[in-house]
Design a protein around this ligand. Structure first.
Ligand SMILES: NC(=O)C1=CN([C@@H]2O[C@H](COP(=O)(O)OP(=O)(O)OC[C@H]3O[C@@H](n4cnc5c(N)ncnc54)[C@H](O)[C@@H]3O)[C@@H](O)[C@H]2O)C=CC1
Ligand SMILES: O=C(O)C1=N[C@H](C(=O)O)C[C@H](O)C1
Length: 233
């Protein structure tokens, strides 16, 4: 596959190594909106910055290039991207987290939330820890986890980066040098705490998932998720 890397930072570089090792070619590496011809690529992988992702994705739809996006912090435009994908008969996958481990963790989180919805003496809270260069807070993964709890648990209707509010999942976002990404969910009662945690040891899992998703998307039309790619849940 001829791959365009839209965003050639920490993730773009990790994806490049994995893509080459799986026999793909990198035909575009860019850290800009302009100056490249996206139609040279069979598929585009966008790991850029929050204010560039939407433009990059829509540009792919316009040129009929399937696109994977892992960029977080741009989701206020997600519904518009879906609409434009459908209008242009494009192919698109967004995931807040492409790693297999986190996608299993997402399922675990939903199942746990469903069970905890029956046990009103427990209060939920969430913590995410990432490296200090991260631009957005909370992480996209934490937002997915929180939204999945809200969809399964009768006591919660929203999430916020503050604690002590009725019906609100409190999220703490910590920034510590070199941490690739850790997400924890606690259910705490007077007598005990139930905790589930996913700890990424490197960016390899995110990058491998993005390349597998790109391989899977080639030749398809529509809007998909990692659940479709991994056939889980
Ligand atoms: N979904 C997932 O599994 C994961 C998502 N991410 C997300 O991916 C994004 C990138 O993460 P990193 O590589 O760690 O960041 P990074 O800061 O190392 O790299 C981002 C790159 O995008 C470039 N860029 C800026 N404007 C651009 C434009 N208009 N077009 C293309 N590139 C542009 C920057 O120059 C930079 O090189 C972040 O939003 C992060 O949250 C990160 C890891 C996993
Ligand atoms: O910026 C990062 O590094 C990461 N971003 C994603 C997120 O916001 O959830 C995924 C992963 O945790 C790493």
């Amino acid at each position: 596959m001829k791959i365009a890397l839209l965003g050639y930072g920490k993730m773009g570089k990790t994806i490049e190594k994995i893509a080459l090792s799986r026999g793909h070619d990198i035909v575009i590496k860019t850290s800009d909106e302009d100056g490249y011809d996206i139609s040279q690529a069979d598929v585009a992988i966008d790991f850029s910055v929050p204010n560039a992702a939407f433009y990059n994705i829509v540009n792919c739809f316009k040129h009929n290039v399937p696109v994977i996006s892992g960029t977080t912090g741009w989701l206020q435009n997600y519904d518009k991207a879906v609409e434009l994908c459908e209008e242009n008969k494009g192919a698109f996958i967004y995931a807040s987290n492409f790693s297999l481990g986190v996608n299993i963790f997402f399922e675990l989180n939903k199942n746990l939330a469903r069970m905890m919805s029956q046990l009103r003496e427990y209060d939920v809270s969430m913590e995410e820890v990432h490296h200090t260069q991260k631009l957005d807070a909370p992480s996209g993964t934490a937002i997915t986890l929180a939204e999945d709890i809200i969809s399964e648990h009768a006591d919660y209707t929203e999430w916020k980066l503050e604690s002590g509010l009725e019906g609100v999942i409190p999220i703490t976002a910590k920034r510590i040098e070199n941490v690739p990404g850790t997400h924890s969910i606690d259910y705490k009662s007077e007598v005990d705490t139930i905790n589930i945690t996913h700890t990424a040891h490197s960016r390899q899992g995110f990058a491998l998932g993005a390349v597998v998703a790109a391989e899977w998307l080639l030749g398809k039309t529509g809007v998909f998720t990692m659940k479709d790619v991994l056939n889980i849940g």
